[in-house]
Design a protein around this ligand. Structure first.
Ligand code: PEP
Ligand code: MN
Length: 338
């Protein structure tokens, strides 16, 4: 449930309500807006059955939340969340672009990719060191050596690093090198992994599962947040439908749905969302127009030589053109720049 305080409720009233709730063993999440404070209550609300909360001074109303997710919901926190990653804000006025190869393949490939995406205006370098491949015979990633190359690329360019973590055992090592921990589509409902990244405290980019509903996705975010880590961003990367013209069906309506349902930043990945480089630029433009807070784009110095996802990777030229296009759209959308 949420307890909505009256506009300008006295701090002492807020403290009294929080005290009442916590003394019954429930947790509270305070959302202090410009005008009203909302007290989110997490736990078994039966424990509050005999507490006349609505009669307490400063309380406007008590609203039940029926969805499984609460901390992620916009009812709990009406203002957008802005996640700070070492000085780079995600979910704020500036559009954030995360770009780089599907996989870290070699030191040279990664440093070259980093220089390209930095030059074009990206603020994050992406690249998988642990690759969740459909076939066990496909390239599985350079693992810790790949993480070291990512850290070296950060040193060289100042780009922040987002990279995937595939199992609870490797969360600690990935967290040592990465700025943002990526949970891939295949792991969206790996609840042990979600809890472990929640405890790691690093910002998390949670990709939508291949066949996950938005509600399931938000519940996955709730797993991370329930561990006390509120730095979660969601990434729409396409879902599986009957359509075969694209690798996945990029669900841009999810951006609009999520903007209403939750307060977390939303990133769109048109690379995995479409599976074809020719479709990436138009869908990136549409994502920004739909209100996405950022983009994740696969870029490779030589897509035709990529060890994975070359078909959907942009050349340096195409990526640079994309950055110029979305800059214009971002401005129309009221964002100051990319
Ligand atoms: C990726 O971003 O490298 C990736 C594997 O994406 P997804 O989990 O969306 O398939
Ligand atoms: Mn990929």
């Amino acid at each position: 449930m949420i307890i909505v305080m009256t506009a300008g409720a006295a701090p002492a009233d807020i403290d009294r309500v929080v005290g009442k709730v916590t003394e019954r063993g429930l947790k509270v999440h305070l959302s202090e807006g410009r005008f009203v404070t909302i007290i989110g209550v997490v736990g078994d609300k039966k424990l509050l059955q005999d507490v006349p909360l609505e009669a307490m001074s400063g309380v406007e109303k008590v609203v039940a939340i029926t969805s499984g997710y609460k901390l992620a919901s916009r009812q709990f926190k009406p203002e957008n969340s802005v996640i700070d990653v070492d000085g780079v804000q995600i979910g704020g006025n500036k559009l954030v672009v995360m770009a780089g190869p599907c996989a870290v393949e070699s030191r040279e490939q990664l440093l070259e990719s980093a220089a390209i995406v930095k030059q074009a205006g990206a603020t994050f370098l992406r690249g998988g060191a642990y690759k969740p491949r459909t076939s066990p015979y496909s390239f599985q990633g350079l693992e810790e050596q790949g993480l070291k190359f990512l850290a070296e690329a950060r040193e060289a360019t100042g780009l922040k690093i987002v990279t995937e973590v595939v199992d609870p055992q490797s969360v600690a090592v990935v967290a040592e090198y990465a700025d943002v921990l990526q949970i891939g589509a295949r792991n969206m409902q790996n609840f042990q992994l979600l809890k472990t990244v929640g405890r790691a405290g690093k910002p998390v980019l949670l990709k939508r599962g291949i066949a996950a509903t938005i509600e399931e996705w938000l519940n996955a975010a709730e797993y991370v947040m329930n561990e006390g880590n509120y730095k979660v961003m969601l990434c729409e990367r396409g879902i599986r439908t009957f359509e075969t013209a694209t690798r996945n069906t990029l669900d841009l309506s999810a951006v609009a749905v999520l903007k209403n349902a939750c307060h977390l930043p939303i990133i769109v990945d048109p690379s995995h969302g479409t599976g074809h480089w020719k479709l990436v630029r138009p869908m990136a433009r549409a994502a920004v127009a739909a209100g996405a807070d950022g983009l994740m784009i696969e870029v490779h110095p030589k897509p035709d030589e990529a060890m994975s996802d070359g078909m959907q990777s942009l050349t340096p030229e195409n990526f640079t053109a994309l950055m110029t296009e979305i800059d214009g759209i971002a401005k129309v959308m009221g964002r100051n720049q990319t």
